[in-house]
Design a protein around this ligand. Structure first.
Ligand code: GLY
Ligand code: MN
Ligand code: MN
Length: 433
Protein backbone atom coordinates (compact mmCIF):
# COMPACT_ATOMS: atom_id res chain seq x y z
CA UNK A 1 0.00 0.00 0.00
CA UNK A 2 1.60 3.19 -1.22
CA UNK A 3 0.04 6.16 0.51
CA UNK A 4 1.80 7.22 3.74
CA UNK A 5 -1.28 9.01 5.14
CA UNK A 6 -3.26 5.79 4.91
CA UNK A 7 -0.51 3.77 6.57
CA UNK A 8 -0.31 6.31 9.41
CA UNK A 9 -4.10 6.31 9.86
CA UNK A 10 -3.98 2.52 10.22
CA UNK A 11 -1.21 2.79 12.81
CA UNK A 12 -3.28 5.22 14.85
CA UNK A 13 -6.58 3.31 14.70
CA UNK A 14 -7.61 1.22 17.70
CA UNK A 15 -6.66 -2.45 17.26
CA UNK A 16 -9.43 -4.63 15.89
CA UNK A 17 -11.16 -1.86 13.96
CA UNK A 18 -12.65 -1.08 10.60
CA UNK A 19 -13.14 2.37 9.06
CA UNK A 20 -15.69 3.28 6.42
CA UNK A 21 -14.94 6.56 4.64
CA UNK A 22 -17.17 7.66 1.74
CA UNK A 23 -16.33 9.96 -1.15
CA UNK A 24 -18.18 13.24 -1.66
CA UNK A 25 -21.40 13.10 -3.60
CA UNK A 26 -21.93 14.95 -6.85
CA UNK A 27 -23.76 18.26 -6.45
CA UNK A 28 -26.47 19.39 -8.82
CA UNK A 29 -26.17 22.94 -10.14
CA UNK A 30 -29.26 23.22 -12.31
CA UNK A 31 -31.65 20.73 -13.86
CA UNK A 32 -29.40 17.92 -15.13
CA UNK A 33 -26.12 19.81 -14.82
CA UNK A 34 -23.73 19.29 -11.94
CA UNK A 35 -21.00 21.39 -10.37
CA UNK A 36 -17.49 20.30 -11.16
CA UNK A 37 -16.82 17.40 -8.82
CA UNK A 38 -14.84 18.15 -5.64
CA UNK A 39 -13.70 15.15 -3.62
CA UNK A 40 -14.27 14.97 0.14
CA UNK A 41 -11.07 16.14 1.83
CA UNK A 42 -10.81 13.25 4.32
CA UNK A 43 -11.39 10.70 1.56
CA UNK A 44 -8.89 12.40 -0.72
CA UNK A 45 -6.31 12.65 2.04
CA UNK A 46 -6.45 8.91 2.66
CA UNK A 47 -6.85 7.59 -0.88
CA UNK A 48 -5.87 10.25 -3.45
CA UNK A 49 -8.89 8.93 -5.38
CA UNK A 50 -10.86 11.62 -7.14
CA UNK A 51 -14.08 9.95 -8.32
CA UNK A 52 -17.58 10.04 -6.86
CA UNK A 53 -19.51 6.94 -5.76
CA UNK A 54 -16.57 5.48 -3.91
CA UNK A 55 -16.09 4.10 -0.42
CA UNK A 56 -12.81 3.31 1.31
CA UNK A 57 -12.79 0.47 3.82
CA UNK A 58 -9.75 0.43 6.08
CA UNK A 59 -9.22 -2.60 8.31
CA UNK A 60 -5.67 -2.79 9.66
CA UNK A 61 -6.15 -6.15 11.34
CA UNK A 62 -7.73 -7.82 8.34
CA UNK A 63 -5.48 -10.72 7.24
CA UNK A 64 -5.52 -9.81 3.54
CA UNK A 65 -7.57 -6.72 2.79
CA UNK A 66 -6.41 -3.89 4.97
CA UNK A 67 -7.45 -1.37 2.35
CA UNK A 68 -10.46 -1.92 0.12
CA UNK A 69 -12.09 0.40 -2.37
CA UNK A 70 -15.63 0.29 -3.69
CA UNK A 71 -15.75 2.29 -6.93
CA UNK A 72 -17.75 2.96 -10.07
CA UNK A 73 -17.14 0.12 -12.54
CA UNK A 74 -15.64 0.76 -15.96
CA UNK A 75 -18.43 1.63 -18.39
CA UNK A 76 -17.48 2.45 -22.00
CA UNK A 77 -20.81 4.17 -22.67
CA UNK A 78 -20.70 6.41 -19.55
CA UNK A 79 -17.00 7.10 -20.02
CA UNK A 80 -17.74 8.63 -23.43
CA UNK A 81 -19.94 11.19 -21.65
CA UNK A 82 -18.29 11.72 -18.27
CA UNK A 83 -14.69 10.70 -18.70
CA UNK A 84 -12.38 7.93 -17.65
CA UNK A 85 -13.01 5.79 -14.59
CA UNK A 86 -10.32 3.87 -12.77
CA UNK A 87 -12.73 1.00 -12.24
CA UNK A 88 -12.16 -1.97 -9.99
CA UNK A 89 -8.88 -2.86 -11.63
CA UNK A 90 -7.55 0.71 -11.47
CA UNK A 91 -8.54 0.96 -7.80
CA UNK A 92 -6.11 -1.87 -7.11
CA UNK A 93 -3.38 -1.09 -9.65
CA UNK A 94 -3.29 2.70 -9.37
CA UNK A 95 -4.59 3.36 -5.86
CA UNK A 96 -3.12 0.46 -3.95
CA UNK A 97 -6.35 -1.21 -2.82
CA UNK A 98 -5.76 -4.85 -1.89
CA UNK A 99 -9.30 -5.64 -2.93
CA UNK A 100 -11.83 -3.65 -4.92
CA UNK A 101 -15.47 -4.01 -5.79
CA UNK A 102 -18.14 -1.94 -7.43
CA UNK A 103 -19.97 0.69 -5.44
CA UNK A 104 -23.20 -1.27 -6.00
CA UNK A 105 -21.75 -4.28 -4.20
CA UNK A 106 -21.04 -2.33 -1.01
CA UNK A 107 -24.50 -2.78 0.44
CA UNK A 108 -24.40 -6.58 0.17
CA UNK A 109 -20.87 -6.86 1.49
CA UNK A 110 -21.45 -4.57 4.45
CA UNK A 111 -22.78 -7.10 7.00
CA UNK A 112 -19.78 -9.32 6.25
CA UNK A 113 -17.37 -6.40 6.63
CA UNK A 114 -18.85 -5.35 9.95
CA UNK A 115 -18.86 -8.88 11.34
CA UNK A 116 -15.90 -9.16 13.69
CA UNK A 117 -14.15 -5.86 14.38
CA UNK A 118 -14.87 -4.33 17.82
CA UNK A 119 -14.77 -0.74 16.58
CA UNK A 120 -16.30 0.95 13.58
CA UNK A 121 -14.84 4.30 12.53
CA UNK A 122 -17.65 6.04 10.74
CA UNK A 123 -18.82 9.65 10.63
CA UNK A 124 -22.51 9.54 11.52
CA UNK A 125 -24.85 12.24 10.32
CA UNK A 126 -23.10 13.33 7.13
CA UNK A 127 -24.66 10.94 4.59
CA UNK A 128 -28.20 9.79 5.39
CA UNK A 129 -28.27 6.99 2.80
CA UNK A 130 -25.05 5.48 4.07
CA UNK A 131 -26.10 5.98 7.71
CA UNK A 132 -29.18 3.93 7.02
CA UNK A 133 -27.25 1.21 5.22
CA UNK A 134 -24.91 0.90 8.18
CA UNK A 135 -27.68 0.89 10.76
CA UNK A 136 -29.44 -1.85 8.79
CA UNK A 137 -26.28 -3.94 8.61
CA UNK A 138 -25.72 -3.53 12.35
CA UNK A 139 -29.31 -4.53 13.04
CA UNK A 140 -28.92 -7.64 10.86
CA UNK A 141 -25.75 -8.63 12.68
CA UNK A 142 -27.30 -8.11 16.10
CA UNK A 143 -30.58 -9.77 15.22
CA UNK A 144 -29.70 -13.35 15.93
CA UNK A 145 -27.41 -14.05 18.89
CA UNK A 146 -27.48 -17.80 18.11
CA UNK A 147 -24.87 -17.31 15.38
CA UNK A 148 -21.16 -16.64 15.56
CA UNK A 149 -21.63 -13.12 14.18
CA UNK A 150 -20.50 -10.06 16.11
CA UNK A 151 -21.36 -6.46 15.35
CA UNK A 152 -18.88 -3.74 16.42
CA UNK A 153 -19.39 -2.54 20.01
CA UNK A 154 -18.37 1.02 19.39
CA UNK A 155 -18.81 3.60 16.65
CA UNK A 156 -15.93 6.08 16.66
CA UNK A 157 -15.74 9.47 14.94
CA UNK A 158 -12.88 9.10 12.43
CA UNK A 159 -12.38 12.87 12.30
CA UNK A 160 -10.73 12.91 15.70
CA UNK A 161 -7.83 10.86 14.32
CA UNK A 162 -7.88 12.07 10.75
CA UNK A 163 -8.11 15.76 11.53
CA UNK A 164 -5.29 15.55 14.01
CA UNK A 165 -3.21 14.10 11.19
CA UNK A 166 -4.40 16.65 8.65
CA UNK A 167 -3.57 19.51 11.02
CA UNK A 168 0.17 18.74 10.91
CA UNK A 169 1.34 18.97 7.31
CA UNK A 170 4.02 16.66 5.90
CA UNK A 171 6.88 17.93 3.72
CA UNK A 172 4.98 16.79 0.62
CA UNK A 173 1.87 18.67 1.69
CA UNK A 174 3.89 21.79 2.49
CA UNK A 175 5.39 21.70 -1.01
CA UNK A 176 1.91 21.58 -2.54
CA UNK A 177 0.69 24.37 -0.26
CA UNK A 178 3.69 26.50 -1.24
CA UNK A 179 2.84 25.95 -4.90
CA UNK A 180 -0.80 26.87 -4.24
CA UNK A 181 0.38 30.01 -2.43
CA UNK A 182 2.81 30.94 -5.23
CA UNK A 183 0.05 30.69 -7.83
CA UNK A 184 -2.29 32.84 -5.74
CA UNK A 185 0.44 35.39 -5.02
CA UNK A 186 1.17 35.70 -8.75
CA UNK A 187 -2.55 36.25 -9.38
CA UNK A 188 -2.65 39.06 -6.79
CA UNK A 189 0.39 40.71 -8.36
CA UNK A 190 -1.23 40.57 -11.78
CA UNK A 191 -4.47 42.00 -10.34
CA UNK A 192 -2.53 44.94 -8.91
CA UNK A 193 -0.84 45.57 -12.24
CA UNK A 194 -4.10 45.40 -14.20
CA UNK A 195 -6.48 47.37 -11.97
CA UNK A 196 -7.52 50.84 -13.09
CA UNK A 197 -10.59 53.08 -12.78
CA UNK A 198 -13.51 52.04 -14.99
CA UNK A 199 -12.85 48.31 -14.85
CA UNK A 200 -15.42 45.95 -13.34
CA UNK A 201 -14.72 43.89 -10.26
CA UNK A 202 -15.46 40.76 -12.31
CA UNK A 203 -12.69 41.61 -14.75
CA UNK A 204 -10.25 41.38 -11.86
CA UNK A 205 -11.93 38.17 -10.70
CA UNK A 206 -11.57 36.71 -14.20
CA UNK A 207 -7.93 37.74 -14.43
CA UNK A 208 -7.13 36.13 -11.10
CA UNK A 209 -8.89 32.90 -11.94
CA UNK A 210 -7.26 32.84 -15.37
CA UNK A 211 -3.91 32.81 -13.62
CA UNK A 212 -5.03 30.07 -11.22
CA UNK A 213 -5.94 27.82 -14.12
CA UNK A 214 -2.97 28.81 -16.23
CA UNK A 215 -0.64 27.49 -13.53
CA UNK A 216 -2.58 24.28 -13.01
CA UNK A 217 -4.81 25.10 -10.06
CA UNK A 218 -8.13 23.25 -10.31
CA UNK A 219 -10.25 26.16 -9.19
CA UNK A 220 -10.45 28.96 -6.66
CA UNK A 221 -10.33 27.44 -3.17
CA UNK A 222 -13.48 29.50 -2.37
CA UNK A 223 -15.52 32.07 -4.26
CA UNK A 224 -13.22 35.01 -4.91
CA UNK A 225 -14.10 38.23 -3.11
CA UNK A 226 -13.40 41.31 -5.24
CA UNK A 227 -14.87 44.38 -3.56
CA UNK A 228 -14.21 47.98 -4.41
CA UNK A 229 -15.02 51.04 -2.27
CA UNK A 230 -17.59 50.29 0.41
CA UNK A 231 -18.09 46.76 -0.98
CA UNK A 232 -14.85 45.98 0.84
CA UNK A 233 -16.70 46.49 4.13
CA UNK A 234 -19.02 43.53 3.32
CA UNK A 235 -17.11 40.53 4.62
CA UNK A 236 -18.49 37.89 2.25
CA UNK A 237 -19.05 40.12 -0.79
CA UNK A 238 -19.03 37.89 -3.90
CA UNK A 239 -21.29 39.81 -6.26
CA UNK A 240 -18.17 41.27 -7.88
CA UNK A 241 -20.04 43.40 -10.42
CA UNK A 242 -19.36 47.02 -9.44
CA UNK A 243 -17.15 49.48 -11.30
CA UNK A 244 -13.73 50.40 -9.89
CA UNK A 245 -13.69 54.11 -9.17
CA UNK A 246 -10.76 56.50 -9.08
CA UNK A 247 -9.80 57.15 -5.46
CA UNK A 248 -11.30 53.93 -4.10
CA UNK A 249 -9.58 50.87 -2.69
CA UNK A 250 -10.03 47.36 -4.04
CA UNK A 251 -10.09 44.41 -1.62
CA UNK A 252 -9.25 41.07 -3.24
CA UNK A 253 -9.58 37.89 -1.17
CA UNK A 254 -8.73 35.04 -3.52
CA UNK A 255 -6.88 31.75 -3.21
CA UNK A 256 -6.20 28.78 -5.43
CA UNK A 257 -6.81 25.08 -4.99
CA UNK A 258 -3.77 23.19 -6.21
CA UNK A 259 -3.82 19.38 -6.13
CA UNK A 260 -6.43 19.66 -3.41
CA UNK A 261 -4.62 22.24 -1.26
CA UNK A 262 -5.91 25.75 -0.62
CA UNK A 263 -4.20 29.09 -0.45
CA UNK A 264 -6.03 32.12 0.95
CA UNK A 265 -4.68 35.62 0.32
CA UNK A 266 -6.20 39.06 0.83
CA UNK A 267 -4.67 42.27 -0.45
CA UNK A 268 -6.21 45.73 -0.45
CA UNK A 269 -4.81 48.26 -2.92
CA UNK A 270 -5.82 51.57 -4.51
CA UNK A 271 -7.61 51.40 -7.85
CA UNK A 272 -5.55 54.31 -9.23
CA UNK A 273 -2.25 53.11 -7.82
CA UNK A 274 -1.87 55.65 -4.97
CA UNK A 275 -3.32 55.37 -1.45
CA UNK A 276 -5.02 58.53 -0.16
CA UNK A 277 -3.88 59.86 3.19
CA UNK A 278 -6.90 58.40 5.01
CA UNK A 279 -6.54 55.01 3.28
CA UNK A 280 -2.84 54.99 4.11
CA UNK A 281 -3.50 55.63 7.81
CA UNK A 282 -5.97 52.77 8.13
CA UNK A 283 -3.82 50.49 5.96
CA UNK A 284 -0.69 51.08 8.03
CA UNK A 285 -2.61 50.18 11.16
CA UNK A 286 -3.95 46.90 9.74
CA UNK A 287 -0.49 46.09 8.36
CA UNK A 288 1.12 46.75 11.73
CA UNK A 289 -1.31 44.37 13.45
CA UNK A 290 -0.92 41.78 10.70
CA UNK A 291 2.88 41.79 10.74
CA UNK A 292 3.05 41.79 14.50
CA UNK A 293 0.76 38.75 14.69
CA UNK A 294 2.78 36.91 12.02
CA UNK A 295 5.91 37.70 14.00
CA UNK A 296 4.30 36.23 17.11
CA UNK A 297 3.05 33.02 15.39
CA UNK A 298 5.26 30.18 16.59
CA UNK A 299 5.02 26.84 18.38
CA UNK A 300 3.33 27.20 21.78
CA UNK A 301 1.25 30.27 20.91
CA UNK A 302 -2.54 29.85 20.60
CA UNK A 303 -4.88 31.35 18.01
CA UNK A 304 -6.68 33.11 20.87
CA UNK A 305 -3.45 34.78 21.94
CA UNK A 306 -2.85 35.96 18.39
CA UNK A 307 -6.40 37.30 18.17
CA UNK A 308 -6.00 39.13 21.47
CA UNK A 309 -2.76 40.67 20.24
CA UNK A 310 -4.44 41.90 17.06
CA UNK A 311 -7.30 43.41 19.09
CA UNK A 312 -4.86 45.31 21.28
CA UNK A 313 -2.96 46.84 18.37
CA UNK A 314 -6.07 47.65 16.35
CA UNK A 315 -8.01 49.12 19.27
CA UNK A 316 -5.15 51.39 20.25
CA UNK A 317 -4.80 52.48 16.62
CA UNK A 318 -8.53 53.07 16.25
CA UNK A 319 -8.42 55.43 19.22
CA UNK A 320 -5.54 57.34 17.64
CA UNK A 321 -7.46 57.64 14.37
CA UNK A 322 -10.60 58.82 16.19
CA UNK A 323 -12.66 55.77 15.20
CA UNK A 324 -13.13 54.96 18.88
CA UNK A 325 -13.13 57.22 21.90
CA UNK A 326 -11.90 56.17 25.33
CA UNK A 327 -9.32 54.03 27.05
CA UNK A 328 -8.15 51.11 24.91
CA UNK A 329 -8.33 48.67 27.84
CA UNK A 330 -11.92 49.68 28.57
CA UNK A 331 -12.88 49.58 24.89
CA UNK A 332 -11.46 46.05 24.64
CA UNK A 333 -13.34 45.03 27.79
CA UNK A 334 -16.57 46.35 26.23
CA UNK A 335 -15.69 44.82 22.83
CA UNK A 336 -16.17 48.19 21.13
CA UNK A 337 -13.56 47.27 18.50
CA UNK A 338 -16.10 44.78 17.08
CA UNK A 339 -17.83 47.61 15.26
CA UNK A 340 -14.80 47.72 12.94
CA UNK A 341 -13.05 44.37 13.50
CA UNK A 342 -15.73 41.71 13.79
CA UNK A 343 -14.12 38.49 12.56
CA UNK A 344 -11.47 36.08 13.79
CA UNK A 345 -7.77 36.62 13.20
CA UNK A 346 -7.42 33.52 11.06
CA UNK A 347 -7.93 29.80 10.72
CA UNK A 348 -6.21 26.56 9.86
CA UNK A 349 -5.51 26.06 6.17
CA UNK A 350 -5.01 22.84 4.20
CA UNK A 351 -7.17 20.69 1.95
CA UNK A 352 -10.11 22.79 3.17
CA UNK A 353 -9.74 26.55 3.18
CA UNK A 354 -11.18 26.55 6.70
CA UNK A 355 -9.25 23.44 7.53
CA UNK A 356 -10.05 20.81 10.11
CA UNK A 357 -8.38 20.21 13.44
CA UNK A 358 -9.22 21.26 16.98
CA UNK A 359 -8.65 24.85 18.11
CA UNK A 360 -9.21 23.94 21.76
CA UNK A 361 -8.01 20.99 23.79
CA UNK A 362 -10.69 18.64 25.04
CA UNK A 363 -9.45 18.25 28.61
CA UNK A 364 -8.72 21.85 29.58
CA UNK A 365 -10.89 23.56 26.95
CA UNK A 366 -8.05 26.01 26.55
CA UNK A 367 -6.69 27.21 23.23
CA UNK A 368 -4.48 24.60 21.65
CA UNK A 369 -0.89 25.75 21.12
CA UNK A 370 0.35 25.95 17.54
CA UNK A 371 2.89 23.32 16.53
CA UNK A 372 5.37 22.87 13.69
CA UNK A 373 3.62 21.78 10.50
CA UNK A 374 0.40 23.69 11.18
CA UNK A 375 -0.56 26.23 8.52
CA UNK A 376 -2.72 29.19 9.55
CA UNK A 377 -3.93 32.39 7.98
CA UNK A 378 -3.30 35.74 9.66
CA UNK A 379 -5.91 38.19 8.43
CA UNK A 380 -6.86 41.17 10.56
CA UNK A 381 -8.99 43.89 9.01
CA UNK A 382 -10.82 47.15 9.62
CA UNK A 383 -14.23 47.76 8.01
CA UNK A 384 -15.81 51.18 8.36
CA UNK A 385 -19.39 51.29 7.10
CA UNK A 386 -20.30 54.36 5.05
CA UNK A 387 -23.01 55.42 7.52
CA UNK A 388 -20.87 55.23 10.67
CA UNK A 389 -21.72 58.17 12.94
CA UNK A 390 -19.26 60.18 15.05
CA UNK A 391 -16.08 59.37 13.22
CA UNK A 392 -13.85 61.50 11.01
CA UNK A 393 -15.56 61.77 7.63
CA UNK A 394 -12.53 60.68 5.58
CA UNK A 395 -12.57 57.11 6.97
CA UNK A 396 -16.14 56.29 5.99
CA UNK A 397 -16.48 53.44 3.48
CA UNK A 398 -12.95 52.13 3.91
CA UNK A 399 -12.54 48.35 4.20
CA UNK A 400 -9.08 46.84 4.52
CA UNK A 401 -7.93 43.28 5.18
CA UNK A 402 -4.45 41.84 4.76
CA UNK A 403 -4.14 38.06 4.79
CA UNK A 404 -1.14 35.75 4.56
CA UNK A 405 -0.71 32.00 4.86
CA UNK A 406 1.80 31.09 7.54
CA UNK A 407 3.50 27.74 8.15
CA UNK A 408 4.53 27.19 11.77
CA UNK A 409 8.09 25.84 11.94
CA UNK A 410 10.39 24.67 14.76
CA UNK A 411 12.10 28.07 14.78
CA UNK A 412 9.01 30.23 14.33
CA UNK A 413 7.25 30.45 11.02
CA UNK A 414 7.54 30.79 7.29
CA UNK A 415 5.16 33.01 5.30
CA UNK A 416 4.03 31.02 2.26
CA UNK A 417 2.47 34.05 0.55
CA UNK A 418 5.25 36.63 0.81
CA UNK A 419 5.43 36.91 -3.00
CA UNK A 420 2.24 38.98 -2.84
CA UNK A 421 3.37 42.52 -1.91
CA UNK A 422 1.77 44.16 1.12
CA UNK A 423 3.99 47.15 1.92
CA UNK A 424 2.52 50.41 0.58
CA UNK A 425 5.70 51.35 -1.34
CA UNK A 426 5.94 47.89 -2.95
CA UNK A 427 2.31 47.97 -4.05
CA UNK A 428 2.52 51.53 -5.39
CA UNK A 429 5.72 50.70 -7.28
CA UNK A 430 4.23 47.56 -8.82
CA UNK A 431 1.10 49.46 -9.85
CA UNK A 432 3.08 52.35 -11.32
CA UNK A 433 4.71 50.02 -13.86
N1 GLY B 1 -11.52 33.66 2.15
C1 GLY B 1 -12.00 33.03 3.28
C2 GLY B 1 -11.30 33.48 4.47
O1 GLY B 1 -10.49 34.38 4.41
O2 GLY B 1 -11.48 32.95 5.53
MN1 MN C 1 -8.92 33.23 5.44
MN1 MN D 1 -9.42 34.93 2.68
Amino acid sequence: MSRPQLAEFMRRMEPDSIAIIPSAREANRSNDTDYRYRQDSDFFYLTGFNEPEAIAVVAPSHPEHKFMLFVRPRDPEREIWDGRRAGVEGAMKEYGAEAAHTFQEFKDKLPELLDGPSNLYYKLGANAALDEMIVRALRTLRANPRTSKHAPDRIIEPGTLLHEMRLIKTEEEIALMQRSADIAAEAHREAMKAARPGMKEYEIEALIEHIFRRYGATAPAYTSIVGTGANATILHYIQNDATLADGDLLLVDAGAEYQGYASDITRTFPVNGRYTEAQREVYELVLKAQMSCVEMARPGVTMDELKKHSIEILTEGMVQLGLLQGEPAQLIEEEKYKQFYMHGLGHYLGLDVHDVGPYYTRDTRQGRPLAPGVVITVEPGIYIATDTADIPEQYRGIGIRIEDDVLITEEGNRILTSAAPKQIEEIEQLMAR
